[in-house]
Design a protein around this ligand. Structure first.
Ligand code: FE2
Length: 362
């Protein structure tokens, strides 16, 4: 008998609500190298919202914008700015999944419904998680068209930078709420707690946070959940909660199999990353042992390295990609390691604090 009490095939897509989906699509196409593969809007009969579908290997992002004042989406964007609304799961059986989740305590966001066009049909439902984030549950086994019924295909290739799939998505929740949401993912979606970090692991002279990593039954979906901890100054999580207006998605980590190539391309296209002092690299070999990459090249690009029992990983974090200091991205390259870069936390958080100080929010 399977121990997986809520089978999830994969993260199907990450949908952002934004003010101007056309410009967001252009940005992600020209920086992160996504292909624009689908569109729905006025031209396709969608009268109230426009959406662009972007793909790169197994990553799929969707950007949706309201077309009219008073659209419910517009109210959410007014509150949060551009934000991640939906981390959608592909499941075997949408009706079973929705019923199981709601019986186990999830709030419904959308009852199961069938979307249909000439290419077939897709069953879809949605449940609420922290803040204004939802998890759509969908199955497109009976569908041959682009993305979802109502979308037309687009073929506007980006220049790929080798992003492969979503590695993990991190949620920031309010003080005292981390364990509530950890329990929610356990009870409702059958996730397991992989790792916990307390304020002794994740603290600097000034700020601290707590984090627990939750993983789905098949291990393919990983959601760390952070909450602020007491420190001498305002933590990065407090800063997020204040500017975002509550709990929300802090970062999405995208996996690459060649981080040097990926980051070099991103830098050439103007993406800005958090930086660590050059001294980080002086102590690197001593800390992580021998690695395949040239340390000078990593230092030039600002790529961080950490090792665990199973291997090592390379990672780097963008600065926030919105004006509000909220959503950012991680690029991660795993060479055996299945962990999250604990050895980099201190250097990273000091880097974030330097940025916070510039923003006057530390
Ligand atoms: Fe991460």
């Amino acid at each position: 008998m399977s121990m997986d009490t809520f089978p999830i095939r994969r993260v199907d897509h990450v949908r952002h609500y934004v003010n101007n989906a056309r410009q967001s699509a252009f940005f992600y196409q020209h920086t992160f190298g996504f292909n624009i593969t689908g569109f729905a809007g006025l031209e396709t009969g969608s009268r109230d919202e426009a959406s662009y579908v972007l793909e790169q290997n197994d990553l799929r992002l969707v950007f949706s914008a309201p077309l009219r004042p008073g659209h419910p989406m517009a109210g959410l964007i007014a509150e949060h700015g551009d934000f991640v609304r939906d981390i959608a799961f592909e499941v075997d059986d949408v009706d079973w999944a929705f019923k199981a989740a709601t019986e186990r305590g999830a709030q419904a966001a959308q009852e199961p419904t069938t979307l249909e066009d000439d290419h077939g049909k897709v069953r879809v439902a949605s449940i609420r998680t922290y803040g204004n984030v939802v998890h759509s549950l969908l199955n497109r086994d009976q569908y041959q068209g682009p993305f979802l019924p109502g979308f037309t295909s687009r073929n506007e290739p980006g220049d790929s930078i080798g992003l492969v799939e979503v590695d993990h998505c991190v949620g920031n929740v309010e003080l005292g709420k981390m364990n509530y949401w950890v329990q929610w993912y356990q009870d409702v979606l059958g996730f397991k707690n992989l790792i916990s970090f307390d304020d002794k692991d994740i603290s600097t002279e000034y700020t601290a946070l707590m984090s627990k990593v939750m993983a789905s039954g098949n291990g393919r979906v990983k959601f760390p959940i952070n909450e602020p901890a007491d420190g001498k100054k305002k933590s990065q999580i407090d800063e997020y909660l204040e500017f975002f207006g509550g709990a929300g998605v802090q970062h999405v980590a995208m996996r690459t199999d060649d981080i040097v190539h990926t980051v070099a391309r991103l830098r050439a296209r103007g993406i800005q990353f958090l930086s660590v002092p050059r001294t980080y690299y002086d102590a690197l070999e001593e800390r992580v042992g021998e690695i395949d990459e040239d340390i000078n090249e990593l230092a030039d690009l600002g790529i961080l390295v950490d090792r665990d029992d199973e291997g090592y990983l390379l990672q780097i974090f963008t600065k926030p990609i919105t004006d509000r200091p909220t959503l950012f991205y991680e690029i991660i390259h795993r060479k055996g390691a299945q962990s999250f870069g604990k050895g980099n936390f201190k250097a990273l958080f000091e880097s974030i604090e330097r940025e916070q100080a510039l923003r006057g929010t530390l």
